[in-house]
Design a protein around this ligand. Structure first.
Ligand SMILES: NC(=O)c1ccc[n+]([C@@H]2O[C@H](COP(=O)([O-])OP(=O)(O)OC[C@H]3O[C@@H](n4cnc5c(N)ncnc54)[C@H](O)[C@@H]3O)[C@@H](O)[C@H]2O)c1
Ligand SMILES: [Zn+2]
Ligand SMILES: [Zn+2]
Length: 346
């Protein structure tokens, strides 16, 4: 089969690989129909993710059809149309029992990291009973690819952890796919204001179309001044960090109102200053989270019901044969205006 293989920092290739085989009774083999590329795949290619070794097939998002099941798989049969979660979960270990699938002792984020991933014609999914979701009849398959990772990430790490409520004020720093997913799902709760901050005008325009009430280009305007103006000098109830660099987390420390929450989503590679000399008396909460994908069934229903349309995040489409071009397009988002690129594998 064809697969996109990480060959060490800065190197990747479309290779011919053997078909994956069932390795444990709880495994399923899924024939991929659509997959996509995540910012995290770019982190891996930069050499930022040491757990991902050269030779690994990348990708942790996708939809497909069950091709083969192990003897212990009871929830699915060959031919079933399924959504693949970026998090594999056994459902029975202590973290899984707490609903913290991301910390499953034999799963978590392993796909396209410590085991071969979804940017291929076929993929082996461990703990298939609890890591795949049945796609309802007539569902828009392309939209559901956004449910493997980015929609649950924006929703769980940003909106739920950030305690977004009716009438509250929200600032989202970073208008990439994750920040935009937080923007889309924050609207389930009717906040009074959602202020989007980025340095890319095209992404900010997209944010306005997706329901942001104000946008701030932080390369031209001082985001703290504008947010204080917009909130009567209070700051925001929820500041969502969706970039993953010190400057944007520190900006959230400046934007959060007394009693508010900073919900961090970004993957941070270096330390960040926490200004307790100012914040100690501010009654704030800071949350961090690796996406658990516990809200996937609920998000599936909202997509089915048309309450949220993740299809709007897809800007480009490619065949698996052209995946190197898809990486080029996704990797140069400022020039290509790419958000999510959809890759058709079959
Ligand atoms: N916690 C989790 O489970 C989880 C899951 C998936 C992704 N992530 C992380 O979420 C983050 C966002 O992901 P993404 O795919 O949207 O990334 P992305 O790189 O596509 O988007 C980041 C956005 O931030 C903007 N930006 C960069 N520096 C900025 C600055 N100083 N001020 C304002 N804006 C700035 C960029 O213009 C870009 O639009 C990444 O760190 C990613 O690794 C976390
Ligand atoms: Zn991802
Ligand atoms: Zn588990």
């Amino acid at each position: 089969m064809k697969a996109l293989v990480y060959q060490g920092p800065g190197k990747k290739a479309l290779e011919t690989r053997p078909m994956p085989a069932i390795a444990a009774p709880t495994d399923a083999i899924v024939k991929i129909s659509k997959t996509t590329i995540c910012g995290t795949d770019l982190h891996i290619l930069k050499g930022d993710v040491p757990t991902c070794a050269p030779g690994r097939i990348l990708g942790h998002e996708g939809v497909g059809v069950v091709h083969e099941i192990g003897a212990g798989v009871t929830a699915f049969e060959p031919g079933d149309h399924v959504l693949i979660s970026c998090i594999s979960a056994c459902g029975t270990c202590e973290p899984c029992r707490k609903g913290m699938y991301s910390h499953c002792t034999t799963g978590g984020w392993i796909l396209g990291n410590t085991i071969d991933g979804t940017q291929a014609e076929y993929v082996r999914i461990p703990h298939a009973n609890t890591s795949l979701y049945r796609i309802p009849e007539g569902a828009k398959e392309d939209a559901l690819v956004m449910l493997s990772d980015i929609l649950p990430t924006g929703f769980e790490c940003g909106v739920l952890n950030g305690k977004v409520q009716p009438g509250c004020t929200v600032a989202i720093v970073g208008a990439g796919p994750i920040g935009l997913a937080a923007l889309l799902t924050a609207q389930f709760y009717s906040p009074a204001q959602i202020i989007m901050i980025d340095m890319d005008d095209n992404r900010l325009e997209t944010a306005l179309r997706f329901g942001a009430t104000s946008v701030i280009n932080s390369s031209r305007q001082n985001p703290k001044d504008v947010v204080m103006q917009l909130t009567g000098g209070q700051g925001v109830d929820t500041a969502i960090e969706a970039v993953g660099v010190p400057a944007t987390f520190e900006l959230c420390e400046d934007l959060v109102a007394a009693g508010g929450t900073i919900a961090n989503i970004g993957v941070h590679g270096v330390k960040v200053d926490l200004h307790l000399e100012r914040l100690w008396s501010h009654n704030i909460t800071i949350t961090t989270r690796l996406v658990d994908t516990v809200t996937t069934p609920m998000l599936l229903k909202t997509v089915q019901a048309g309450k949220v349309d993740p299809l709007r995040l897809i800007t480009h489409r490619f065949k698996l044969d052209d995946i190197l071009q898809a990486y080029e397009t996704f990797g140069h988002a400022a020039q290509t205006q790419a958000l999510k690129v959809l890759i058709e594998a079959s």
